[in-house]
Design a binder for this molecule. Structure first.
Ligand SMILES: Nc1nc2c(ncn2[C@@H]2O[C@H](COP(=O)(O)OP(=O)(O)OP(=O)(O)O)[C@@H](O)[C@H]2O)c(=O)[nH]1
Ligand SMILES: Nc1nc2c(ncn2[C@@H]2O[C@H](COP(=O)(O)OP(=O)(O)OP(=O)(O)O)[C@@H](O)[C@H]2O)c(=O)[nH]1
Ligand SMILES: [Mg+2]
Ligand SMILES: [Mg+2]
Lengths: 286, 279
């Protein structure tokens, strides 16, 4: 189910009963434009176009598909392949760490995820390992209070690793421990070291990159850096209640070889859904 | 000899890719490239004059035209506008509005102005504590109401306070909001009616891709933007989002946020961006 603008493009192939290279080139150009407008990484778009064209030309049209259907299927299959399988979280005892760029939605997402586990009958607890941002402790503790989930933080302590260690020791009777961390980017090397240290001390089983759906061409590189530092087990894409197409998130998971676990669709704690590839792709191409 | 369309194709495509890789929105890149083409096609070039260099120069000029809009100098405005000056900051969630307000307050204080902050985010968890902390560190007055209060009322109160106490600048924070939320965008329209802001500053991040265009459009409709601030430039972004926003709003980029500390703000210089894009 491709977006309407791409469907119009593909009408160019509708009346053909075989794919001629000239029309295909035009169609691929339109597909490129759609992907680039959706924030898919430029290099990735170039690779994708090449593959789509090759496949469209060499794959035999099985009797029942017209050229348009054929190209639609190829685009769809290629995008699904890049997204990988949706990530499912275990409902066993484990520790989760949430990392990502400044302002991407980590703190809000931490509580949404805690609520997810709580609804599944697990005892969740949250650790505030952001010692930098003013009001981080208050923000997280207030959100946790709303859903009556255990919260651990030390408002006067500036050592995030220490707080994490204390929290892990304190929250022994909880099933899932979620560690919220401060925002950071690839070039802040001291913060990347801090993130590694927090992850090590937490011995996190799930390591999620929280990514703003509106991120542009920086997505792949940032995801690569976060992955190199702590090995990501999944991505959570936020602010999908907006108009961003999410190509940055697609590029990130393609780069790192992981998948998307959840999406954030608003500011309240209930604005949280499991990831569905079909809906994501049709939004991306819309 | 005259420059033809096909002479330009390869150089234009390479430059368009450079723009796209730098986070200039597709629609904006296409328009800029199209203008460059119109400008060059049919013009004469000397033998041996490198077409690539000609195209790049035309592109640099094209981009400068987009960025050099309505030459607004922030410092001049502050100097010449009758006090108290009210500046409202808007933008979607998480772009850096509150932190940027703290940076602007710091800068103004160092320039000798008296500053008042208005806690216009009466919604988000921890928002009040966050701006309280900044006000405390900066040694500036914060006007606030209880959580859930009407943001327009808080900002209004801050302006009254500034008037009564002869303060120079009111920096009004607002809650982050998504432009698809009609109620929240209407809330901005209400703030515009109630508060006669001297400047409305749109805050977005350099990490944003194509969506920056839609955001700028919608926020400009809700509360006419006078200038924008682009944050998180230090996250290795090339800064092309500045072009998307300037093009969409026809208003200047005032500052760049280049880090999380109070000093991490610089006046926007179009030449800096050209260097990032091409060198
Ligand atoms: N509309 C919308 N807003 C969101 C979503 N997720 C988070 N937010 C908002 O985005 C802003 C930033 O969220 P935070 O949770 O503070 O982000 P963060 O990553 O923890 O920020 P730092 O800790 O400073 O790096 C807040 O205004 C949130 O309410 C979402 O899915 N939709
Ligand atoms: N690296 C970097 N981080 C920044 C910059 N500006 C803001 N931040 C960080 O971005 C995060 C979000 O900043 P806020 O000031 O809370 O953003 P906001 O727009 O007020 O967020 P909401 O009110 O929730 O919409 C914080 O972690 C800031 O420290 C910048 O220029 N560079
Ligand atoms: Mg946070
Ligand atoms: Mg804020």
């Amino acid at each position: 189910n491709l977006g309407s603008s791409l469907r119009d493009t593909l009408k160019k192939l509708a009346r053909a009963n075989r794919i001629d290279e000239k029309t295909l080139n035009e169609v691929v150009k339109d597909i490129q434009r759609a992907l680039l407008s959706a924030d898919v990484n430029v290099a990735l778009v170039q690779q994708l176009s090449k593959r789509i064209k090759e496949r469209a030309l060499k794959e035999e049209l099985s009797g029942k598909l017209n050229p348009r259907q054929h190209v639609i299927n190829i685009v769809y299959q290629e995008l699904v392949a890049l997204l990988g399988e949706p990530i499912t979280v275990p409902l066993t005892r484990h520790t989760v760490i949430l990392v990502g760029l400044q302002g991407s939605g980590k703190t809000t997402t931490t509580v949404k995820l805690a609520r997810f586990f709580q609804k599944k009958g697990l005892k969740a607890a949250v650790i505030c390992a952001d010692t930098f941002r003013p009001g981080a402790y208050d923000q997280l503790s207030q959100l946790c209070e709303r859903i009556d989930v255990a919260f651990y933080g030390e408002s006067e302590n500036t050592n995030a690793v220490e707080i994490t260690a204390h929290g892990i020791a304190e929250l022994k009777r909880h099933d899932v421990i979620l560690v919220d961390t401060a925002g950071r980017h690839a070039l802040e090397s001291d913060l990347v070291l801090e993130m590694k240290a927090i992850n090590d001390i937490a011995n996190a089983d799930q390591r999620f990159l929280v990514l703003d759906s509106g991120i542009g061409q920086q997505a792949s590189e940032q995801a690569r850096a976060f992955n190199a530092a702590i090995g990501l087990t999944g991505v959570i894409v936020t602010k999908l209640d907006g108009t961003a197409k999410g190509g940055g998130a697609l590029s990130a998971v393609a780069e790192v070889g992981t998948g998307i676990a959840f999406i954030g669709t608003g500011e309240t704690i209930d604005d949280f859904e499991k990831f569905e590839p079909d809906r994501f792709i049709s939004r991306l191409l819309g | 000899r005259e420059i033809k369309d096909k002479d330009l194709e390869e150089s234009l495509w390479d430059l368009e890719i450079a723009l796209l890789e730098s986070d200039v929105a597709v629609s904006v890149s296409e328009e800029i490239i199209e203008n460059v083409k119109k400008e060059l096609v049919g013009t004469k070039r000397k033998w041996r004059q490198d077409i690539g260099a000609l195209v790049e120069q035309a592109l640099r000029n094209g981009i400068l035209q987009v960025l050099d809009v309505n030459g607004l100098d922030f410092d001049e405005i502050i100097k010449n506008t009758p006090k108290p000056i009210t500046i409202v900051f808007t933008g979607i969630n998480g772009t850096g509005k509150t932190t940027t307000i703290a940076k602007v307050a710091y800068r103004l204080k160092n320039q000798g102005y008296s500053v008042v902050l208005a806690a216009g985010d009466t919604y988000r968890a921890g928002a009040l504590e966050q701006i309280e902390r900044h006000a405390e560190r900066l040694g500036v007055k914060l006007v606030k109401h209880q959580q859930g209060a009407d943001p327009a009322a808080v900002i209004y109160d801050a302006v009254q306070y500034a008037r009564a106490k002869h303060k120079d600048v009111v920096l009004a924070d607002t809650a982050g909001r998504i432009h698809t939320n009609v109620n929240l965008m209407n809330q901005l329209k209400k703030i515009e009616r109630v508060i006669d802001a001297d400047l409305v500053v749109f805050v977005d991040e350099a990490l944003a891709g194509n969506d920056a265009v839609e955001r700028a459009l919608q926020f400009n409709t809700a509360m006419a933007i006078d200038g924008s601030i682009l944050t998180k430039v230090d996250a290795d972004s090339k800064g092309g989002t500045a072009i998307s926003i300037a093009h969409t709003t026809s208003k200047p980029i005032l500052f760049l946020g280049i880090g999380q500390n109070y000093e991490d703000i610089v006046k926007f210089d179009p030449q800096w961006l050209l260097t990032r894009l091409f060198d």
